[in-house]
Design a protein around this ligand. Structure first.
Ligand SMILES: CC(C)(COP(=O)(O)OP(=O)(O)OC[C@H]1O[C@@H](n2cnc3c(N)ncnc32)[C@H](O)[C@@H]1OP(=O)(O)O)[C@@H](O)C(=O)NCCC(=O)NCCS
Length: 274
């Protein structure tokens, strides 16, 4: 068996999941044939790109044979069904996107947010509330969990999340708000570079959630090395109030045994009264 999901909001994106052949039938070409036929079906439905995640060595090999490419620093594979490379597809995805607006996030954002969360971003920390890091600076150890890291922040009354979406439903930015036990509210978010003007709106809406819940101040936990993000937050009225816990960037350093190790980068806390 295998399953494909087609995005309800943006039916040109699909996700491949739950593949399996019963153990006694493995190695006979069943997965190759079945998955290949399923990809042809997706193409016929008008799907432009299929995403999936795996760390399984046999499946990994099969996906490559079927035309998927692994994205660097992730367990995510993607196939553009018109033959473009994964990188071309991701660059074109945002280049061809129109204007976007910010509104509350919902579950239909899941598939349409994959291109955003797997594209290398120049900020190390994309969303500290969700623990979402940029593939440019840190290895991703999950595929399906990537979007859920942020989605889970808005899953109860103590949090909220917001999406910047184009008219056709591409997610080009995300933000989250999480109420802290001390009565303040932690906000964070990120945007695709072309949409940086929307960070203002994303963070303002997250902050408005905090104040609507009685928070007197909102704060953000940034990497001290993410200067561009820090300047944008300063432009929104946030001021540095002190250090904050380090962030761990996985896969950035070789130790003396030439093993890859994580490194820590210092955090800083910025705050704004609301
Ligand atoms: C991954 C899985 C679906 C492959 O199914 P399958 O029907 O055996 O696949 P195929 O027979 O089409 O084989 C595909 C390729 O993998 C190879 N292969 C299959 N089982 C293998 C094994 N145990 N070790 C090494 N290679 C293997 C086949 O030889 C073939 O390669 P080839 O075309 O170069 O000969 C199956 O092993 C499975 O169900 N695994 C458990 C569930 C799982 O992990 N799914 C993937 C989650 S992302």
């Amino acid at each position: 068996m295998c399953e494909f999901y087609v995005s309800r909001r943006l039916p040109i994106l699909s996700e491949f999941t739950y593949p399996g052949t019963r153990p006694e039938f493995r190695g006979q070409g069943i997965a190759t044939e079945l998955w290949g036929a399923a990809i042809d079906d997706m193409k016929a439905l008008g799907v432009q790109a299929i995403f999936l995640g795996t760390n399984h060595p046999v499946a990994f090999r099969l996906y490559r044979l079927l035309g998927f490419s692994k994205l660097p620093g992730t367990l995510t594979f993607v196939q553009a069904l018109d033959g473009r490379s994964a990188e071309e597809f991701l660059v074109d995805w945002f280049r061809d996107a129109g204007p976007a607006t910010v509104s509350p996030g919902d579950l239909d954002d899941k598939l349409p947010s994959y291109p955003l969360v797997v594209s290398p971003h120049d900020w190390q920390v994309l969303d500290a509330n969700g623990g979402l890091m940029s593939t440019r600076y840190s290895l991703h150890h999950t595929f399906a969990g990537l979007y859920m890291k942020c989605a889970n922040v808005g899953n109860d009354e103590n949090g909220a999340r917001f999406s910047a979406r184009t008219d056709d439903g591409r997610v080009v930015g995300m933000s989250t708000a999480r109420l802290d036990v001390d009565g303040s509210c932690a906000v964070d978010g990120f945007v695709q570079h072309r949409y940086r003007d929307l960070l203002n709106d994303l963070i303002e809406q997250a902050a408005a959630f905090g104040s609507s819940q009685g928070a007197g101040a909102v704060h953000a936990h940034l990497s001290r090395e993410d200067n561009g993000k820090r300047r944008l937050f300063e432009g929104l009225g946030f001021r540095e109030v002190g250090p904050a816990p380090d962030f761990v960037l996985d896969g950035l350093q070789l130790n003396q045994k030439r093993e890859i190790e994580p490194i820590s980068v210092p955090g800083l806390k910025m705050e704004k009264q609301v």
